[in-house]
Design a protein around this ligand. Sequence first.
Ligand code: B3K
Ligand code: ZN
Length: 894
Amino acid sequence: MRTDIAQPIRLTDYRPPDYLIDTVDLDVKLDPHATRVLARLTIRPNPRGRAGADLVLDGDSLVPRRIVLDGVALDCAANFVTPDRLTLATPPQRVFTLEIETEIDPSANTCLMGLYRSGAAYCTQCEAEGFRRITYFLDRPDVLSVYTTRLEAEIAEAPVLLGNGNPTAAGMIENTSRHFAVWHDPFPKPCYLFALVGGDLGAIRDEFVTASGRKVALAIYVEHGKEASATYAMDALKRSMRWDEEAFGREYDLDVFNIVAVSDFNMGAMENKGLNIFNDKYVLASPHTATDTDYAQIEAVIAHEYFHNWTGNRITCRDWFQLCLKEGLTVYRDHEFSAAMRSPAVRRIADVRTLRAQQFPEDAGPLAHNVRPDSYLEINNFYTATVYEKGAELIRMLKVLIGAGAFRAGMDLYFERHDGTAATIEEFIACFAEKSGRDLTQFLRWYNQSGTPLVEVAATYDPNAKRLALDLRQSCKKTPGQDMKQPFLIPIEIGLIGEQGETLPLATEGESGASAQELAHGVIELAEAQRRVIFHNLPTRPVISFLRGFSAPVRLAYDVSEADLVTLVAHDSDSFNRWQAAQSYATRLLLRNIDLIRAGKMPEPDMAFIAALKRVLDAGTIDPAFAAQVVTLPGEADIAREIAEDVDPEAIFTARKVLRETIGRELASPLLETYEKLTDTAAYSPDAAAAGRRALRNAALDLYAAGQRDQAKDTGKDQGLALALQQFEQTRFMTDKIAALGVIAARPGAEREAALDTFYKTYASEPLVIDKWFALQAMIPEPETLARVKRLLEHPAFSLGNPNRVRALVGAFAAGNQTQFNAPDGSGYDFIVNAVLTLDSRNPQVAARLLSAFKSWRMLEAERRRLAEAALRQVVGAAHLSPDVKDIAERSLA
Ligand code: B3K
Ligand code: ZN
C-alpha cells in the first residue's frame, strides 16, 4: 500500500510519456510466497516526449532482485531503486533493454491488486495501477506494448497456466515436477490489461466461428465441480460475440478467449486481453442458486467485458481521465445488448432506476464529479456510477441527437481511425461531429460539468387559438468546484396524447419555434437556459408526455395533474413514460404522506392511484415484466432525493410502508389472482418472459403480504405470511425462494428465524447464496438489525478478506438499510466507520467503496447530519489511512 502524501493528478498536466516500451517479455515463476518475475523490456525515447529526460518507472511495494541495463548489471542496493520507483538518470537515447527481476508474495497480497491468490489459484488484477505491484513499469494507459508471457509452476499446484493472447508453447521442465506455458499477445496494449492465471481449475469449452469464418476456442475456468454452473455464462458469451458483429461490425481477433471465475475479487470483472477474470458471482448460475436478476447481470457483465475488446482494449484511454471513453461507452453497449436480448422497455426502466438510485445521489452530493473528472488523488475512487452509468447515458443521448445512422457511422469511423491507439473523449466526439455534420462543442459540456440538470416545464393551452405553448427552462445546482454552469444541450423527446388516448401529430404549420426536424422526430433540443415551443392545431387540451424513453439524464419539474398522470399510465405509447407516470404519481403521494406523518397524521388512501394500479394488474399478464416495474414503488433513496433537504429516513420508510399496505389491502383480490394466474408449472427457464412472470408474481406476493400484515393485527391470521411460507417451502428456485424469504423477513418472530435457519442449512455450501442470506438480514429495517449484523460478522461463513462477503453483509447494511444505517443515535454510522477502518489496512478499495455510503449525508435532518459529519471526521482523523479512504472521507466533508 502506498502511504506517500499524494498530490492531485490533473488532466491539464497531461504530457506524453518520455519513453515508450515496445515489447515486454515476462518470465513468471509462480510460488505461493516467493514468485519471481523477470521482465525484459525494450525501451526507446518517445519522439513526442522530452529528449534526455530521466526514465522513471512506477513500482508499488516491490522487492527488486536484479536489474540489468543493456547487459550490464546495476546495483540493486543503490538508491535509484526503491519499492515504489526505479529511476534511470540519462538512459540511452536509442533502443535499449532493461531486465528487471522482482520477487513478490502473492499469498500476503490482501488488497487484491497485482498478483494475488484466490483460493488455491494465482490471479492478477492490474487496472488501474496494479501492474506496478508485479514489476517496475511505465504504468499509464498510453504506453502500449506487445507482451510475451512465460509462466512456470508446480504442475500439481497449477496444471492450468493462462496468459493474454494466444498460447504458443507448453511443456514439462525436464527432471522436475514443474511445467511451463508461453502466451503471446500480438495486440499492443497498456499494462493495465495484462493478466495471468495459474491454478487447478475445471473448465467448460466451446467454439465460436466469427463472421469472417475464423475459429475461436472458448473456455470458462471455474473451481472443480462448478463447471455445470458456467453454461449460462458461455451461452451469454457466444451471444455477445455474435451481437457485436451484427450491431457494431466488431469481430473477435485472437484464436482463444478465456474467462476465469475467482471468488476473491474487488469488483465485477476485468477485461484483460483474451483473458477476462471474473468475480464468480457474475459467472456461476443454476436455477436453485441464482435469481433472475443474477442471470440478467451475468449476461450483462459477460457482454460488458467482451465488448471491451474493442472499446477499451483495441482502442484504449490516453489517460485515466478518459475512463468514461471505455466505461461509459461499454456500459452503453451492454445496455443495448441486454435490450436486444430482453424487453427494451423493461431494460430501459431498470437502467434508469439504477442511474437514479446510484448516480443521481452522487451528482447531488459532495462526491459529485464530471463524467470526465479533471483531477484525482486516487483513480480507483473514480470507477463510479457517474463515469459508468451517466457516461452511458451521454452516448445514448448523442445517438438521440444525431440519429442512428450518423451514430453508427461515427462509431465505425472511431474504430477505423483510432484502432491500436490510446484516445481521448475529444477524438471520440470528433468522429460523430464529422459524420453528422454537427458542431458538438456544446455537447462536450456533459463531460466537463457535473451535476444533474433540472428541466422546468410550464405548459399553457389556449383553446381559442388551439395552441399549446411550452416554456422550457434549464438550471443546474452548483457542485464541488463548479459554482457556475453553462447550459447543457438537452434532447427532450415529446409526445402529445389526445382525449381518447390517441397520439397527436406535432403540427408543423404555424410559427412554432421548433425546427421541422425537431417536430418530425419529436425531439426538442434545449440548448439555452430557456426556450418556448408552440404546438398548433390542437382542438382540445392534449396530455403531454415529456422526456420519453428518458432521453436525457435530467430531473424534470412539471406541474402535471394527477388526472393527466392516470391518462399517461393508461395510454402513453412510450412504455417508459407509462411507467414514469405511475412513479411520479406514487412519488407525489409519498411526499404528501411524509408531511402528514411528520405532523403526526395518518394518510388516507388515494383511490385514483389504486384504480390505476388495478388496471395495470388486470392487464398484467400481457407484459408481466413491465407490470412488475409499474407496481414497484420508488425506493427510499429516490424519495429522499426528491425531498433533498432535512431528510428523515424513518418518515420516508413509514410513508412507503403505509402506501404498500394500502395497495395490498385495497387490491388484495387482484393481487392474489395475479399471483395464482402466474404460477408456472413448467421447468425453470431463465429467459426474459419467464423471468417477467416470476417478477410480477413475486411483486404481487410482496404487496399482498404487506396488506395482510395490517389485517392480521385485527384477525390474528396473517394470510400473507402463510402464502410466503408456502412458496418458501415448495419452490426449488432461488428467485422464488429469496422473494418469499424477503416477505417472511419483514415480520419479526419465530417463523422468520426458523426460515432463515432453514435457508442457511440448505445452502451452507454455496457462498454466493449465503451472500443473499447475509444481505437480506442486513437490510431488515428494525433497530435490532445492527446487533444481528454484528453477530453475523462472527459467523463462520463470513470473512473480511472476501469482498463479496463484505459487500453482502456490511455493504448491504450501509447502502440498503436506510433507516438503520441512519439510525437516530448514530450507531449505524459508528458501525460503518469501524468497519471501514478495520478493512482499510487490508483492502483499501473495498473500504473506500463502503465509506461512499455517506455520499448523501448533507441532505439529512440536522441531528443525523451532525452525527454523520462526526463519523466522517473520525475517519479523517484516524492514523495510517490509505489514500483511497482518505480521499473519499475528505471529499465527503469538503
Ligand atoms: N475495467 C474494470 C474495472 C477496473 C476497476 C479498477 N479499480 C471492469 C469493467 O469496468 O469492465
Ligand atoms: Zn468496463
